[in-house]
Design a protein around this ligand. Structure first.
Ligand SMILES: *Cc1c(COP(=O)(O)O)cnc(C)c1O
Length: 379
C-alpha cells in the first residue's frame, strides 16, 4: 500500500519536539496572542525573507484579510486563475467583489500572464496569482502588468511554502502573500492555521488590527474587524514543523526527479517546470486522457491518487450566478478532465516511488491509443 500522503508518518518524525511544544503551551497558561505566535511570525517572516508576517486562522482568511487590507470591496473585480482551489475565488466573493477568471498555461498549470490584460476592466483592483501545486507563478510579468495598470497583487502561497521565483523565496514579491497551514500543506499545522507575509508595514498593521476584532488596544475597536487568530498551540507546533520544511521540500524534489525521469507512455503528460522556478512539489500532477481508468488501475495496486481538482470553480453550483457555461474556460476544463496527483511526501521511499512508476507505466502502456479530446472532436 502506498498512501497518497502519510501525515501520521510525517508528524511521527518530530513526535518528541511536537510533544514538548504542546507541554510548553499547556504550562504557559496563555493560549491566544502570546509569545509563540510572535516567535513563529518572526521565524516564518525570516524564512520567507520578508519584513512582516501576521498569523491568522486559516488560508481562506489569510486571502480575504489580505484583500481587505488593500481595500478590495463590494463592486470590485479581482483577477484569479481559472485553475485553482476554490478558496482563491471564495475570498474575493466574501468581500462582495467578483472573481474574474484567467486561463492557465497548460504545462505549468499556473495563470498565463499573456491573458491577464484582456481581463482588466475599470473595476479591476487586484490580481491574485496562485503558486499552484508548489511552483511559483510568473511573478515578473504579473507584477509589471500590475504596476503599469495600478493594480494590487495578492498571492496565494498555500501550496508553495519555500518555493522560489528566480532564486528568491516567495513571500514578498507582491503586496502580500497568503499562506495556509492546513495539515496536508508542505508546512502543515496539527489543525487549521494561516498567515500573511508582506514587505509593507501599513498592510501588516491593518492585518494585525483586522484579525483581532479591529482592535489594537483591548476593548478599543477601530474598524469592523473579525476573529481570525493563529492560536498559541498551532504557532508552537508550526515552529517545530518549520525546522523540517526545507528537508521535506528537498525530499519531495528528489521524488519528483525520479518521477520525471521514470514516467513515460503515450498520452502521458508530465508537469513542466518553467525557467527560474524551484518548485516545492506540494503535488506531482500528471495528465492523461484516460485519467479515471488510470486512477482505478493504480488503486487496484494499492496506490493512492487524488484529483486536484475534479470540477473547476466556474462550473461549481456555487458560481452558477457568474453564468459561465461549460466551454467558457476550455484550458481549465481540459485540465480538470485529465489531471491526476501521484503520491508524494517527505516520508515516501525510493522503493515506493519506483513502485508507483512501474505501476503507472504498465497501466499507460496497456491503454488504447489516447482518445481525441472532446474539444477537438467538437470542432
Ligand atoms: C489549501 C488552500 C487554500 C485554503 O487554505 P485553508 O487553510 O484550508 O483555508 C487556499 N488556496 C489554495 C491554493 C489552497 O491549496
Amino acid at each position: 500500500m502506498i498512501p497518497f500522503l502519510d501525515l501520521k508518518a510525517i508528524n511521527a518524525g518530530q513526535r518528541q519536539a511536537l510533544c514538548e511544544a504542546f507541554e510548553r503551551v499547556l504550562d504557559s497558561g496563555w493560549y491566544i496572542m502570546g509569545d509563540e505566535l510572535k516567535a513563529f511570525e518572526a521565524e516564518f517572516a525570516a524564512y520567507c525573507g520578508t519584513d512582516h508576517c501576521v498569523g491568522v486562522a486559516n488560508g481562506l482568511e489569510a486571502l480575504g484579510l489580505a484583500l481587505r487590507a488593500v481595500d478590495v470591496g463590494p463592486g470590485d473585480e479581482v483577477i484569479v486563475p481559472s485553475n485553482t482551489y476554490i478558496a482563491t475565488w471564495l475570498a474575493v466573493s466574501h468581500l462582495g467583489a467578483t472573481p474574474v477568471p484567467v486561463e492557465p498555461d497548460a504545462g505549468t498549470f499556473n495563470i498565463d500572464p499573456a491573458r491577464i490584460e484582456q481581463a482588466i476592466t475599470p473595476r479591476t483592483r487586484a490580481i491574485m496569482p496562485v503558486h499552484l501545486y508548489g511552483q511559483a507563478a510568473e511573478l515578473g510579468p504579473i507584477l509589471e502588468i500590475a504596476r503599469r495598470r495600478g493594480l494590487r497583487v495578492i498571492e496565494d502561497g498555500a501550496q508553495a511554502h519555500g518555493a522560489r521565483y528566480r532564486s528568491e523565496r516567495i513571500g514578498g514579491h507582491g503586496d502580500a502573500v497568503a499562506w495556509s497551514f492546513y495539515p496536508g500543506k508542505n508546512l502543515g499545522a496539527l489543525g487549521d492555521g494561516g498567515a500573511v507575509t508582506t514587505q509593507d508595514p501599513l498592510i501588516a498593521d491593518r492585518l494585525r488590527v483586522l484579525r483581532n476584532y479591529g482592535s489594537r488596544t483591548k476593548y478599543h475597536n477601530e474598524v469592523i474587524g473579525t476573529n481570525s487568530r493563529l492560536d498559541e498551540l498551532q504557532a508552537a507546533l508550526l515552529r517545530v514543523k518549520l525546522q523540517q520544511l526545507d528537508a521535506g521540500n528537498a525530499r519531495r524534489a528528489q521524488i519528483a526527479g525520479l518521477y520525471l525521469n521514470g514516467l513515460q507512455g503515450a498520452g502521458l503528460v508530465l508537469p513542466r517546470v518553467a525557467a527560474g522556478m524551484d518548485p516545492v512539489w506540494h503535488l506531482f500532477v500528471v495528465r492523461h486522457p484516460q485519467r479515471d481508468l488510470l486512477a482505478k488501475q493504480l488503486a487496484s495496486e494499492g496506490i493512492g491518487t487524488v484529483i486536484h481538482y475534479p470540477i473547476p470553480p466556474h462550473l461549481q453550483p456555487a458560481y452558477a450566478t457568474l453564468g459561465l457555461q461549460p466551454g467558457a474556460l476550455p484550458v481549465s476544463e481540459a485540465l480538470h478532465r485529465e489531471v491526476l496527483s501521484l503520491p508524494i511526501g517527505p516520508t515516501q521511499s525510493d522503493a515506493q516511488t519506483n513502485a508507483v512508476i512501474a505501476a503507472l507505466n504498465k497501466a499507460v502502456a496497456g491503454m488504447a491509443a489516447p482518445l481525441r479530446r472532446e474539444t477537438e472532436l467538437s470542432r
